[in-house]
Design a protein around this ligand. Structure first.
Ligand code: FE2
Ligand code: FE2
Length: 242
């Protein structure tokens, strides 16, 4: 791995090639909310073998299958549409079903297995948090990002209603940290989404749904934290300095 590559943050590595997320997931390294650190630091925090992680990342570089979409090269308004159309739609569609199954498991097994009650309560709280969070993105921050892109294209001046776009972004980052923290607790409570021996069908299905939800949310937060937000801050600087 080159020195240039080594100096990149974990989030940047995943932004450039999402296939690398699988390596970080395998080693318990957070590339979305906590992705703003070097590979060395991330490995030392998680007691992961740095050399092994480097080798696995290199293996991905040498793989024949093409990297996924190059989101870093997308226009920001396209990226916003992608995030809303794919990830916000998924969260809105999936949460009622997952709420229902984790709640059913809580009703049947909660008396004897306190973990399943806590999982259900925490997922309910997370789903409610995300609903408000996405509302703010869709109605405040994302329309403003689209206005910025339009101002760039037209050459018109930009007026920033909230001082700087860094203010709403800081709020969104804070909310991502909170959602990421909730997910980490759910992952621990479910023992990495592994249903206990002899678990009933609904219990197994609910863990599968939670696992899929966590994967989608990590990808979603990654696109915002590591690509959309830094590029938005850079675009604001560019527009204000022209
Ligand atoms: Fe979002
Ligand atoms: Fe978000």
């Amino acid at each position: 791995m080159s020195t240039l590559e080594e100096n990149k943050t974990v989030g940047k590595m995943v932004a450039e090639d999402y296939r690398k997320a699988e390596v970080f997931k395998r080693h318990g390294i957070d590339f979305c909310c906590g992705g703003n650190i070097s590979l060395e630091q991330a490995c030392s925090e998680k007691n992961a073998d740095l050399e092994m992680v480097r080798l696995e990342l290199e293996e991905i570089d040498n793989r024949q299958d093409p990297p996924e979409h190059d989101f870093e090269s997308w226009e920001l308004d396209e990226l916003v549409d992608h995030i809303v159309g794919v990830h916000h739609v998924y969260v809105k569609r999936a949460t009622p079903f997952i709420k229902e199954s984790v709640n059913r498991v809580k009703m049947v097994h909660g008396m004897h297995k306190p973990n399943v009650s806590e999982i259900s309560d925490r997922f309910d709280a997370l789903a409610d948090e995300l609903k408000i969070h996405m509302y703010k993105e869709e109605n405040v921050l994302f329309p403003f990002i689209k206005q910025m892109v339009a101002a760039k294209r037209s050459g018109e001046p930009l007026s920033v209603p909230f001082g700087t776009v860094q203010n709403p972004i800081s709020m969104m980052l804070h909310e991502h940290d909170s959602a990421g923290g909730e997910l980490a607790v759910i992952q621990e409570l479910t023992e990495d989404y592994t249903p206990p021996k002899g678990a009933c069908g609904t219990h197994r299905v609910s863990y599968g749904q939670l696992n899929e939800f966590a994967d989608d949310l990590m990808r979603h937060i990654h696109l915002e934290n590591n690509i959309l937000f830094p590029k938005t801050i850079a675009l604001e600087k560019e527009l204000l300095n022209r």
